[in-house]
Design a protein around this ligand. Structure first.
Ligand code: HEC
Ligand code: CU
Length: 413
């Protein structure tokens, strides 16, 4: 066996491993984006305060680290044992002990003071600058369950940030109370420079996390809860980020960016976006009307073979007729096309067999199930198959006659 003295630890291979793994990180620019401190960019004061606070504490940490480490090394070298020397035995040293206790306490006080000084700049947004977006779009935020911290004058451009598998939706606050006509965008948020932008961060489905590293800390997007943050960018540019909470299969593609442009360019973008949304809505409405007109024309053309009575509303509310044939003119589908009912002679099985499921049920229950089919879903059947339009496609008299007919057919008189 070889003596231990010739055993050499695999120092070189450990060193090589560390260098190799570090080298692997090199292509990942993000890993070195800001090697020491958190990123900050665009001149937003909160991110700058986070970064400078970090650097302050890091600096103090370095002083402690090198101070203590240096003293240790110096002591080890200076007082290393030498042949024949007899060690002095020391029992306590009041001056030293008080010194390092008070010194450490002072350091903690210093860190707290710096932190609280910076915290104000991190949490509380300043007013928009005079060169920022002017009213009326630079709006105050409507009150919610909790309120974002607003600038002293209460005015900010508020954007609702909504995380959804797998994209971010931004809805811009405006000055009217209609929430349906607001400008929105996905993935890229466009904001004016020199303007305080307050964000209300929410999620639609699962938890996400809003994070544009250069614009400050990350904020969780939680369903049913709103988080608030802000930024105020002074330099135009595109600031990139990514959903920072594993939210599902396509989490990695849930990217986000904030594009800061001059207030004038922002106004242009905003107007363009508004026009595009309006145009799309108009187009949608036109397509919808076309379909409705086509349906109506088909209905008018079809009943040639049917008696004209079918096109006109059923004159006397005839329960059985409605059950079997529906009311084509108003879009009430025939119940018999989906349900079996012995008395009516229908045998369809799309929905439950009414002879079976309605046995012993009240007329009120039958009426409720007809009007609101999705309130209670029959076991083994899916929601949204039975039409939910009978409240409008049948008149009250027709509905009552139908319910009475089914009740009598199933439960006798
Ligand atoms: C397009 C198919 C369809 C048509 C048309 C339809 N239904 Fe249904 N119906 C279903 C399905 C599917 C269910 C089960 C799912 C649910 O409860 O919504 C159901 C459920 C019901 C129930 C509840 C049964 C239970 O288990 O308690 C009643 C009552 C009912 N339908 C009555 C009617 C009447 C009356 C009409 C006509 C006015 C009608 N349905 C038209 C498909 C249809
Ligand atoms: Cu996500």
């Amino acid at each position: 066996m070889r003596p231990f003295t010739s055993f050499r630890p695999a120092k070189n291979s450990i060193l090589f491993g560390i260098v190799f793994i570090s080298a692997l990180l090199l292509p990942a620019a993000a890993a070195f984006a800001d090697f020491i401190a958190p990123q900050s960019g665009g001149g937003t004061p909160n991110a700058e305060a986070i970064r400078s606070l970090y650097l302050w504490i890091f600096g103090l940490g370095c002083v402690v680290f090198f101070g203590v480490g240096g003293l240790l090394i110096w002591t080890v070298l200076k007082y290393r044992s030498s042949k024949g020397a007899v060690a002095v035995r020391v029992h306590g040293n009041n001056r030293l002990e008080i010194g390092w206790t008070v010194g450490a306490a002072l350091l903690l006080v210093l860190i707290s003071v710096i932190t609280f000084l910076k915290l104000d700049q991190i949490k509380n947004p300043p007013n928009s600058s005079a060169s920022g977006l002017s009213t009326p779009k630079n709006v105050a935020v409507a009150s919610g369950p909790a309120k974002p911290s607003l600038p002293p004058n209460g005015r900010s451009l508020n954007i609702d940030v909504n995380g959804q598998q797998y994209l971010w939706r931004y809805t811009y606050a405006d000055t009217d109370t209609n929430n349906l006509n607001n400008v929105f965008s996905y993935e890229q948020m466009v904001v004016p420079t020199d303007t305080t932008v307050s964000l209300s961060i929410r999620a639609l489905d699962v938890q996400h996390s809003w994070w544009i590293p250069e614009l400050g800390g990350k904020f969780d997007a939680v369903p049913g809860y709103t988080n608030y943050t802000w930024f105020k960018i002074s330099e135009p540019g595109v600031y990139k980020g990514q959903c920072a909470e594993l939210c599902g299969r396509n989490h990695a593609s849930m990217i986000a960016s904030v594009k800061a442009v001059s207030p004038d360019q922002f106004e242009l973008w905003y107007a363009g976006q508004k026009a595009a949304i309006l145009a799309a809505e108009k187009e949608g409405a036109a397509a919808r009307n076309k379909l409705i007109a086509k349906d109506a024309a088909a209905l008018k053309a079809a009943p040639k073979s049917e008696p004209p009575a079918a096109a006109a509303p059923v004159a006397a509310a005839d329960g059985k007729k409605i059950f079997v044939a529906g009311v084509p003119a108003t879009g009430a589908l025939s119940c018999g096309s989906c349900h079996t009912l012995g008395a009516a002679g229908t045998k369809a099985a799309v929905g439950p067999n009414l002879d079976v499921v309605l046995k012993g049920q009240s007329a009120a229950m039958i009426k409720a199930s007809t009007l609101y089919p999705n309130k209670v879903i029959s076991k083994g059947y899916a929601a949204n198959i039975m039409p939910a339009n009978y409240g409008t496609s049948l008149t009250k008299a027709q509905l009552d006659a139908l319910v009475q007919y089914i009740d009598e057919a199933v439960n006798g008189k």
